[in-house]
Design a protein around this ligand. Structure first.
Ligand code: PLP
Length: 377
């Protein structure tokens, strides 16, 4: 058994510490924006959208209020017909299927594979004559098998909207998450890899017409002259939020490098434990087509609840995502379809270890030491 350091405390996430390195720059940016009075649909937003589009190699990025709105607007702009079914993995945040409901469609949950990503076979089995869309979810900074999903979508004439809320920077075969289908979205919720001090989101598309529609819809359906040309809502990304995100985005390469380094450390320290199934390691040579950014470090563990209690007793914060349930398991949402066994098993075993930019190597070792000691190693 490892010797355990007694005096550490590793919260799951530490907001004040996460934003501390940016405090001065953020205060300067805020002051500058106050003095310019540049609040709504201003240059800082346009600059951020351009920088993000250039990074992704995408034609359009449109900042909106959050990723949930982004998904709703994406489905509407993609022309999802009223009453159409959209397939999504039940291992996701409820925002993914809620967006389909709010766009007039019917979300249909499917199973995940053994590492928690949307299962293409399960997706294909769920297709009916009413299916018009498919929503891969790029979870934890990893992309789905987009070759398979695109092949299924092409064969059945389905619209792809990617829920890449957690996937900024994640790649599949060298292509960025969010750029595979009609549109993709990002969330800038504070705990995201690129997180702001508040809500924020963006839509990515290469389709000029969709981009135009989304820009109108996010601003009450108004064009540049103020003429209302369609029904819209108010879902603008604040200029201030965009400026604060843009200044952090300059460090994005280093942020991803460090997160992958932490994942590598967890792999080195925990990879031999048969009681846990770790997420694929950053340099997983068996599947080099994936480049993961580790938005979260979610593993599956024997005696998960006891492990969580043990870690809490040693001042280590963990998270069991989304209230510990897959979307189809929330009774109030009225799911009555077949069981989704992989997803249900996953939710009995999943647990997230701390994964963020405030972690020191010593803290990662402290967490790993205690996972090992829990299993008597
Ligand atoms: C997979 C997924 N989809 C959608 C959302 C919704 O994002 P937002 O909070 O920006 O609306 C989240 C947020 O955490 C998410 O994790």
């Amino acid at each position: 058994m490892a010797t355990l350091a007694a005096d550490l405390s590793v919260p799951f996430f530490n907001y004040p510490k996460a934003f501390a390195p940016y405090e001065e720059q953020m205060v300067d940016a805020f002051r500058d924006i106050l003095r310019r009075g540049a609040f709504i649909l201003q240059k800082d937003l346009a600059d951020f959208e351009t920088n993000l589009a250039n990074y992704l190699g995408a034609k359009h990025v449109i900042g909106v209020a959050n990723a949930t709105d982004a998904l709703i607007l994406a489905w509407r702009a993609a022309g999802l017909p009223e009453g159409a079914e959209v397939i999504y993995p039940s291992h996701t945040m409820v925002a993914s299927p809620a967006s389909v409901v709010y766009a007039g469609g019917i979300p249909v949950p499917v199973d995940c594979d053994e590492i928690g990503m949307m299962c293409p076979d399960s997706a294909e089995r769920a297709i009916t004559s009413k299916t018009k869309g498919i929503m891969p979810v790029q979870l934890n900074g990893r992309s789905c098998n987009m070759d398979r999903i695109r092949e299924i979508a092409d064969r059945h004439g389905l619209i792809i909207v990617e829920d890449s809320a957690q996937g900024l920077g994640s790649q599949y075969k060298g292509q960025f998450a969010s750029t595979f289908g009609a549109a993709g979205v990002f969330s800038f919720y504070p705990a995201k890899i690129l997180g702001g001090p508040g809500d924020g989101g963006a839509i990515v598309t290469n389709d000029d017409h969709m981009a135009e529609q989304i820009k109108l819809m996010r601003d009450h359906g108004r064009n540049h002259e103020g003429e209302v040309v369609m029904w819209g809502i108010n879902s603008r990304l604040d200029n201030l939020q965009a400026a604060l995100l843009d200044l952090q985005f300059k460090d994005y390469a280093e942020i991803i490098r460090r997160r992958r380094e932490i994942a590598d450390l967890y792999q080195t320290r925990l990879g031999d434990l048969e009681q846990v199934q770790l997420p694929p390691a950053p340099d997983h040579s068996a599947t080099p087509e994936y480049f993961d950014t580790f938005q979260n470090y979610e593993m599956q563990a024997d005696n998960r609840d006891e492990l969580r209690t043990y870690l809490r007793e040693h001042r280590i914060g963990t998270l069991i995502q989304w209230g510990g349930k897959a979307v189809h398991q929330f009774a109030a949402l009225g799911y009555s379809g077949p069981a989704l066994p992989n997803t249900e098993r996953f939710f009995q075993r999943c647990i997230m270890l701390p994964m963020n930019m405030t972690l020191t190597d010593e803290e990662v070792h402290y967490v790993a030491d205690h996972v090992r000691s829990f299993y008597g190693r």
